[in-house]
Design a binder for this molecule. Structure first.
Ligand SMILES: [Zn+2]
Ligand SMILES: [Zn+2]
Ligand SMILES: [Zn+2]
Length: 320
């Protein structure tokens, strides 16, 4: 059975087998880039001199890619002609909330929005070593079948899914055909379900988790720490509040992302004002709000926020 510690090795083997002329060109290009930069390179390159092609697409340090920043209905919303839904500002076009984190070369996909396939194509995501499902709500779980592509790239092996009991129950209910070591047919999805531990130790760093109250369920709050750089990134989406323990875990973060649903209060999400208060409590140099509705115009909302709090938008890439 594959352990997280083996993931980088596994990826490395698969990558070598799947090289085609297009990839060869990118590899040559990446070697050119490698020769012209003094920046830190992925450990994989030093093992055999080959730089995986995507090395040129992602930052050297930890990188956070916002695949989606919208609430469960998305923005524009169906049958709405409001100023935000009809806005020409691309930052007001929000697919359902999801991020992709690259931690010292390890690719971690967090949640699978209904638009997962389109989001991955848009952001050129071509790999996932592991998947974390924060909770089982439809806007986070319904893209999971499209993770099949990453199972295929992992050599036809199951993708490890870390989640809560509630998340697991939801995956079992929606995707009972995926729970196996290998897909029934190559190209289908296969998942290995694991309870998200308090601390997931990986060669590239740690991912801590904490539970955030979100109406009837708890959402996994995630704290990423990259081993080589010491950088710390916190992702707290879908929560009504951030408990004291979660605030303590987030202290010292270089970058924090918080649920900031809308200007008005909501029973299971933080309002923008509530998120701004939590941001101040944590005290990170930069906090971004996500899971936004059509009630927040990007430019107008940001203008009224403190300078250390910004709104995330689809396609935003940040290095904590
Ligand atoms: Zn959600
Ligand atoms: Zn609208
Ligand atoms: Zn939710």
């Amino acid at each position: 059975m594959r352990k997280p510690a083996d993931l980088a090795t596994k990826r490395h083997k698969t990558r070598k087998r799947s090289e085609d002329p297009g990839r060869l060109f990118l590899r040559v290009l990446s070697l050119f880039v490698a020769n012209h930069t003094s920046s830190r390179r992925n450990k994989l390159e030093t093992q055999d001199g080959l730089a995986p092609s995507r090395e040129i697409l992602f930052a050297d340090f930890m990188e956070v890619i916002f695949l989606g920043t919208g609430t469960s209905q998305g923005v524009p919303m169906i049958a709405c002609a409001c100023a935000v839904c009809t806005s020409t500002d691309p930052r007001n076009h929000r697919t359902r909330a999801s991020i992709h984190v690259v931690m010292d070369g390890l690719h971690i996909q967090v949640d699978a929005a209904p638009e997962l396939r389109l989001q991955c194509l848009r952001e050129k995501i071509d790999w996932a070593d592991l998947f974390i499902l924060t909770h089982g709500h439809a806007d986070h779980v319904t893209g999971m079948d499209d993770l099949r592509r990453f199972c295929d790239l992992l050599g036809g092996n199951a993708l490890t899914v870390y989640t809560t009991d509630e998340g697991m129950a939801r995956v079992l209910a929606i995707y009972p055909y995926t729970i196996m070591e290998r897909p029934v047919v190559r190209g289908y999805a296969a998942f290995k379900l694991e309870n998200m531990p308090e601390t997931l130790e990986l060669p590239q760093g740690t991912i801590q988790s904490t539970l955030l109250p979100h109406g009837g369920v708890n959402t996994l709050g995630l704290i990423f720490k990259e081993r080589s750089s010491g950088r710390k990134f916190v992702y707290y989406t879908d929560c009504k509040r951030v408990p004291r323990e979660a605030v303590a875990l987030a202290k010292g973060a270089d970058l924090v992302v918080l649920d900031g649903l809308r200007p008005e209060p909501h029973p299971s999400h933080m309002s923008i004002a509530e998120a701004v208060a939590v941001a101040a409590e944590i005290g990170a140099p930069k906090t971004y709000l996500t899971h936004l509705t059509h009630l927040s115009d990007h430019a107008a909302t940001e203008a009224a926020l403190p300078p250390e709090v910004r709104l995330a938008y689809d396609g935003l890439r940040l290095t904590p």
